[in-house]
Design a protein around this ligand. Structure first.
Ligand code: K1U
Ligand code: ZN
Length: 186
C-alpha cells in the first residue's frame, strides 16, 4: 500500500464533479486501500477520492473502528438538523460549525462491488455527508456565514503557505517502509 498526497484548498480537483465508478476493479480496490492508509496517516475519519487527486466517485470512512468504502454513494434518506464542528484534511487547521442532517441512510457499493446501505446518526452521519459533498465539489466552508467564511479564509491564507502547489505530503512514520521511501528513511 502507498501513502497518497492530499490536495488542499486551491487545487482545482476539489471543486470538480466526480465520475461514477463503472466497475469495481482491482485498480479501484487498490485506490481504496491506499486512501484508507492515507486517511489513518492524516488522522482523519474520512477521505474522498478528489482529496487524493482522483475524480472517481468514492470515499473511505472510519469513525468507530469499522472501516468501509462508499462507491457511487447516494443519500436515500435525510432527516433532522444539528450543528457540529467540522474540519477537513484538505483545509488543515481551519474549522467551522456546519448544520447537517442528524440521520441519513446512504446506499453505495462496497469494496467488492456489492450494494449495501448504511443507516447513520451523529458523527458517522456528519462524516458521510461531508464525504459525499466532496464527491460533488462541495466543501464545508460553503455552509458558513459570510463572516465565518471570511475568518476561515483569513486563517487559510496563512496556513496555505505550507503547501506549495496545493499539495500536502504526508510523512511516512520513521521505521516504516513506504513506496516513496524504499529504504525506510525520510
Ligand atoms: O474529508 C475529510 O476532509 C476528512 C474529515 C472528515 C470529517 C471531520 C469532521 C466532521 C465531519 C467529517 C476529517 O477527518 S478531519 C479530522 C477531524 O476533524 C476529526 C478527526 C477525528 C474525530 C473527529 C474529527
Ligand atoms: Zn474534507
Amino acid at each position: 500500500m502507498s501513502l497518497l498526497d492530499i490536495h488542499v484548498l486551491g487545487s482545482p480537483i476539489l471543486r470538480q464533479e466526480t465520475t461514477p465508478v463503472a466497475k469495481v476493479t482491482d485498480e479501484i480496490r487498490r485506490l481504496v486501500d491506499d486512501m484508507m492508509e492515507t486517511m489513518y496517516a492524516a488522522k482523519g475519519i474520512g477521505l474522498a477520492a478528489p482529496q487524493v487527486g482522483r475524480a472517481d466517485r468514492l470515499a473511505v470512512i472510519d469513525v468507530d473502528d469499522r472501516p468501509f468504502a462508499i462507491i457511487n454513494p447516494e443519500i436515500i434518506l435525510s432527516e433532522g438538523k444539528s450543528k457540529g464542528e467540522e474540519g477537513c484534511l484538505s483545509i488543515p487547521e481551519v474549522f467551522g460549525d456546519v448544520e447537517r442532517a442528524t440521520h441519513v441512510v446512504v446506499r453505495a457499493l462496497d469494496r467488492d462491488g456489492k450494494e449495501f446501505e448504511v443507516d447513520a446518526t451523529e458523527l458517522l452521519a456528519r462524516c458521510l455527508q461531508h464525504e459525499i459533498d466532496h464527491l460533488h465539489g462541495k466543501l464545508f466552508l460553503d455552509y458558513l456565514s459570510v463572516l465565518k467564511r471570511r475568518s476561515a479564509m483569513n486563517r487559510w491564507e496563512k496556513e496555505k503557505q505550507q503547501y506549495p502547489e496545493f499539495i500536502r505530503r504526508l510523512k511516512v512514520p520513521p521505521g516504516e517502509i513506504g513506496d516513496r521511501n524504499p529504504g525506510g528513511e525520510l
